[in-house]
Design a protein around this ligand. Structure first.
Ligand code: FES
Length: 362
């Protein structure tokens, strides 16, 4: 598909900040970073600048066939450059959404985005000095925070440790080395699992362990630590720190797994009478739907063919946020909604179960 992209250049004073959590993003560029890793940069389709915290994530609605999929990605960009946002994604063999982006997402195309959300940011958890530990594409929130500090406080004290499969797989290596030239307190430590015969590599090899952390960040016990990567990697870092007596109040990890299990669905008896069910009115679809005891609003919507976007389905990403116009629900979320949004009447459909008849704007 050939898309044209308009060259509009506006000053911040002529633009508005993001005012809602659902936006259309216009792709500006797709830039290869490493094998199977690409950065996609977007601007708002309107005259908006982007307000978010470095380290937060967005959920993208990707128009795959036969059905669109929702995928959550950390913003690798920094809010100190507010005219665009970027996600840096790694395509796995079986990834549907990310593969679609690699093959189809071109400058000029527009996709829906929800967010930003998330608590994994040094703005929320400030420290005197930081240790960023990441593996693979878990480097993206660390990059967002480092870029932000480079722009707003280049004397910030950061030890930046990244673990990758090989030297070629280190994402953002040259930019980090460039930043380290004018950030005197930015120390870089790369660990690779292995390297080929032609790789020039004099750094550390193998898996992360206490000895390597101690070597790269001898004062790690005094630092505020941010960790992001596969669950097994974060488990290893966390256990190592706990075993060392680290103050875990200064440890933060990014996980797209819920911190607490969603409430199990109540058993739905075969003979549950419809009298026991509540009723949901989806006002935009103009549908009245019976909701069995224990069913979430998202499940009831799907059963009735009412479309509500959803990604994590565990109350984490905020994608399924809808306005509740009336009635009572029990919501068991995992941080995907803010208190002031709840006060305004919003709920997350994936983890809300009606206690009474409800009206939902969907
Ligand atoms: S789908 Fe992520 S919070 Fe509901």
């Amino acid at each position: 598909m050939n898309m044209t992209i308009s060259l509009r250049h506006q000053h911040l004073d002529q633009m508005q900040p993001w005012s809602d959590r659902q936006h259309l993003l216009e792709c500006l560029s797709a830039t290869p970073e490493a094998p199977d890793v690409m950065t996609f940069t977007f601007r708002s389709d309107k005259d908006n600048w982007f307000r978010y915290l470095p380290g937060q994530f967005v959920t993208l609605e990707l128009p795959t066939a036969p059905e669109p999929v929702m995928r959550t990605y950390t913003l690798s960009s920094t809010p100190s450059r507010p005219f665009s946002v970027a996600v840096t994604v790694k395509a796995q063999k079986d990834s549907i959404g990310t593969r679609w982006m690699f093959e189809n997402l071109k400058p000029g195309m527009r996709i829906k985005a929800f967010g930003p959300l998330g608590d994994f940011s040094h703005i929320r958890h400030p420290g005197e000095k930081y240790l960023f530990v990441s593996a693979g594409s878990g480097i993206t929130p660390m990059m967002a925070m480092t870029r932000y500090m480079a722009d707003t406080g280049p004397l910030s004290d950061i030890t930046f440790v990244n673990c990758s499969r090989s030297p070629a797989d280190i994402i953002f290596r040259s930019e980090l080395e460039y930043l380290a030239r004018f950030m005197p307190n930015l120390d870089l430590g790369f660990i690779v699992e292995g390297c080929g015969r032609t790789d020039l590599w004099s750094g550390l090899k193998g898996r992360i362990d206490k000895a390597k952390i101690g070597l790269l960040a001898p004062d790690f016990m005094e630092r505020t630590i941010f960790c992001c990567g596969p669950e097994v990697f974060m488990d290893a870092v966390r256990s190592m720190l706990e075993a060392h007596g680290f103050d875990m109040a200064r440890y933060h990890q990014e996980s797209f797994q819920p911190a607490q299990a969603a409430t199990p669905l109540a058993e739905v008896s075969d003979d549950a009478s419809m009298d026991a069910a509540t009723s949901i009115r989806f006002t935009m679809a103009g549908r009245d739907v019976a909701c069995a005891p224990g069913q979430t609003i998202l499940q009831a919507a799907r059963g009735a063919g009412v479309r509500i976007g959803a990604a994590c389905e565990s109350g984490l990403c905020g994608t399924c946020r809808v306005m509740k116009l009336s009635g009572e629900v029990e919501m068991n979320h995992n941080g995907g909604i803010l208190d002031d949004e709840i006060d305004e009447g919003y709920i997350l459909a994936c983890c809300s179960r009606p206690k009474t008849d409800v009206q939902i704007e969907a």
